[in-house]
Design a protein around this ligand. Structure first.
Ligand code: SF4
Length: 227
C-alpha cells in the first residue's frame, strides 16, 4: 500500500503552482541530484537499488512541479521512471546505438535534418526542462548541431532552396526553451519562405513546466502566419 500524501507537500513551497516566479526561475530550480529526488519521494532507502551505479552520460533534470505529480513512496511511479537514471541504462545490448533513429544520416546542415519527403526538422536548441530517459537524442551532439547558430542562416538558406519541403518541425532539445524573441526571429524568417505550409512544434514544456505558457508566448503564437 502506498502512503497517501497531499499534492505538492513533498516538494516544498517553491514549486507550488502560481508562485508568481518567472518560468526561467522555475526552470533553474529543477532537481538535478537523483538522491534529492528520491528523498523528496520518501525513497532514499532504495537509492542503491534504483540508481545507475556509474555515469549514464545523461544527467537527471526534472522540474519540481513535475515531481509534485509523482506518487510519494512509489518507486514504480511512471513519471518517476521517465526521469530517474536507472541501473538498466548501463547494460550492454546488442544492436543498440547512440543514434537509434539515424539522425546523423539525415543531417543536411548545422542542426537541420531532412529525413522524410516534404518535411525538415530544425534542432532549435539542445536545452530541455526535463531529461527523459527514453529520449532518442540523448547522445545528440548539440554543442555543434544547433540551427540557432549564425541566426538560423544555414537552415533558412537550405529551406528556401528546397521547394519540396512544405513542413518544418521545430525540435531539439525543446524549442520552447528558447527565449520568445528568439522564436519570433525564427518564425519571421520561416514565414518569408513561400512554399512552407505548416509549422510543427515538438515540445514537452506545456506539460512539464506549464509556467512557460506565459503571455509573451501566447502573443507570439498568435503572430505566426503558418498553421
Ligand atoms: S528532446 Fe524531448 S524527449 Fe528528449 S529529453 Fe528533451 S524533452 Fe525529453
Amino acid at each position: 500500500m502506498i502512503p497517501a500524501r497531499p499534492l505538492f507537500s513533498h516538494i516544498g513551497q517553491t514549486a507550488s503552482p502560481g508562485s508568481g516566479r518567472s518560468w526561467q526561475a522555475i526552470w533553474r530550480d529543477a532537481i538535478i541530484d537523483p538522491r534529492e529526488l528520491l528523498r523528496l519521494l520518501g525513497l532514499e532507502g532504495q537509492a542503491d537499488a534504483l540508481l545507475a551505479d556509474g555515469d549514464t552520460g545523461f544527467r537527471l533534470r526534472v522540474p519540481r512541479g513535475f515531481v509534485a505529480r509523482m506518487q510519494w513512496g512509489d518507486a514504480r511511479d511512471p513519471l518517476l521512471m521517465q526521469v530517474l537514471p536507472a541501473a538498466a541504462e548501463l547494460l550492454e545490448a546488442p544492436h543498440y546505438s547512440s543514434d537509434p533513429v539515424g539522425d546523423m544520416d539525415a543531417r543536411v546542415g548545422t542542426g537541420l535534418l531532412h529525413k522524410y519527403a516534404g518535411r525538415a526538422l530544425l534542432i532549435a536548441t539542445g536545452s530541455c526542462a526535463i531529461h527523459c530517459r527514453y529520449c532518442f537524442r540523448r547522445h545528440f551532439p548539440y554543442a555543434e548541431e544547433t540551427a540557432a547558430s549564425g541566426q538560423w542562416r544555414e537552415a533558412i538558406d537550405y529551406l528556401r532552396k528546397s521547394a519540396d519541403v512544405d513542413e518544418v518541425i521545430l525540435s531539439g532539445g525543446d524549442p520552447l526553451s528558447l527565449a520568445t524573441p528568439k522564436l519570433a526571429e525564427l518564425t519571421r524568417a520561416l514565414a518569408e519562405i513561400p512554399h512552407l505550409r505548416r509549422l510543427r512544434i515538438h515540445t514537452r514544456l506545456p506539460i512539464v513546466l506549464p509556467e512557460r505558457v506565459d503571455g509573451e508566448l501566447l502573443d507570439w503564437l498568435q503572430t505566426i502566419p503558418l498553421p
